[in-house]
Design a binder for this molecule. Structure first.
Ligand code: GN1
Ligand code: MG
Length: 373
């Protein structure tokens, strides 16, 4: 049959060969010496490729295979990135940005039967998944605040909504309920306490989206994935060099960006930590991130500032619910490297949200102190 025949005819390329092919399409000079997979992201596949050039110099690049299950229209993703990067570059020519290489037909991507590929410059730098160094956290806050500030005059209507309703939390609740209803792989019953935890907070999780829809907080261009490891930092000075991963740049809210950054960067443990006694929202990390963010982005409205703690809690709950949805669906969306990892991630997010509830008055006080004129 045809399927079998095509399997026989398909030459299985090794990763090394595939990367070689991709780099050639992007007209990279020299020979591929080695590569490493960078396993920080949960959706795309990322490799650092190391080339030896004809002049004897070594040069590295980043090659990514975009996850087309998550990004159904990756060409639109690239268009958004191009526009936003150009805008930032025009305003701050010295600011480092990712530079995407072009193929012979002037495209910033290569689409073939093996996927959707892109290649950009490697910036020597450090990234952190978690750190207790407050300078790093403040510098990350400043970087995301600057990013928001630079895009505050960007025409949001020129962007595609590449993942519709990405941070529409009530809609995420709807999808969560649907997954529980389907119970595709029979995992729902075993996670009833986690389901109850999330659903008990459904009304609160909808507040931000309702304010956004009512126009009470401004619709802005948001990064939408402001994890600490999406900021490249200078290894020595620990100053931010560049905000990366612009895949989800879309219309949104500053509260999504602030919230996601707190969820990740102010947590005392990894996103998938299983020992929940280690998972807390550090108030001192919360304070310094807030400081960096609000100082770099002075045009946030009074309403936005007042809602910062709710932004943190909403996105933490939303993210936990997304992980739990995917666990119930059978791990279709986020990459898992061990069994039950999405459930571990969900539990850690819910623990973090519960800790925010305990520290709520302090979070509000800190925001008031840090935003005082
Ligand atoms: C995904 O793959 P990565 O790390 O860039 C996800 C984010 C989640 C994050 C959780 C497009 O981001 O929304 O917050 O995992 N990206 C997408 O770690 O869904
Ligand atoms: Mg991302």
């Amino acid at each position: 049959n045809t399927r079998e025949r095509s399997i026989f005819m398909t030459v299985q390329l090794s990763t090394h060969e595939k990367l070689e092919q991709v780099c050639k399409a992007f007209r990279i000079q020299g020979s591929l010496q080695s590569y490493e997979e960078i396993k920080v992201g949960n959706v795309n596949k990322t490799y650092r490729v190391n080339f030896l050039q004809e002049d004897g110099k070594r040069k590295s690049y980043i090659v990514q295979a975009v996850n087309t299950y998550v990004f159904k229209n990756p060409v639109q993703v690239m268009s958004n990135i191009d526009l936003v990067t150009e805008h930032i570059h025009a305003k701050a020519p010295k600011k480092r940005v990712l530079h995407f290489h072009h193929t012979a037909d002037r495209k910033t991507y290569l689409m073939d039967d093996k996927g959707f590929w892109r290649l950009f410059n490697y910036i020597p730098s450090n990234t952190y998944n978690t750190t207790d160094n407050l300078d790093i956290i403040r510098n990350a806050g400043e970087a995301f605040g600057q990013f928001q500030m630079m895009l505050s005059d960007f025409d949001a209507s020129s962007l595609y909504e590449t993942i519709p309703n990405f941070h529409n939390t009530p809609d995420r609740c709807r999808l969560f309920r649907e997954a529980i209803e389907r119970d595709a792989v029979g995992r729902a019953a075993a996670v009833q306490p986690e389901i109850d935890f999330a659903l008990a907070r459904e009304a609160e999780m909808s507040i931000l989206q309702n304010l956004l829809s009512a126009g009470e907080i401004p619709l802005r261009v948001a990064h939408n994935d402001t994890k600490l490891n999406n900021v490249l930092l200078d290894a020595k000075t620990r100053k931010a060099l560049c905000v990366v991963d612009l895949d989800t740049v879309m219309p949104g809210s500053s509260l999504f960006d602030f919230g996601d950054a707190i969820r990740y960067g102010a947590s005392t443990a990894a996103e998938d930590e299983r020992d929940l006694s280690k998972v807390e929202m550090s108030l001192e990390r919360f304070r310094v991130f807030t400081r960096g963010y609000v100082r770099a982005c002075p045009n946030l409205t009074a309403r936005e500032l007042e809602l910062l703690p709710l932004g943190a809690k909403t996105i933490t709950l939303e993210c936990g619910m997304r992980f739990l949805t995917d666990h119930i669906d059978g791990d279709l969306y986020f990459a898992v490297h061990r069994e039950g990892q999405n459930l571990d991630r969900a539990r850690a997010q819910f623990k973090l949200a519960a800790d925010m509830e305990k520290k709520w008055d302090d979070m509000r006080r800190i925001v008031a102190e840090e935003t005082k004129a």
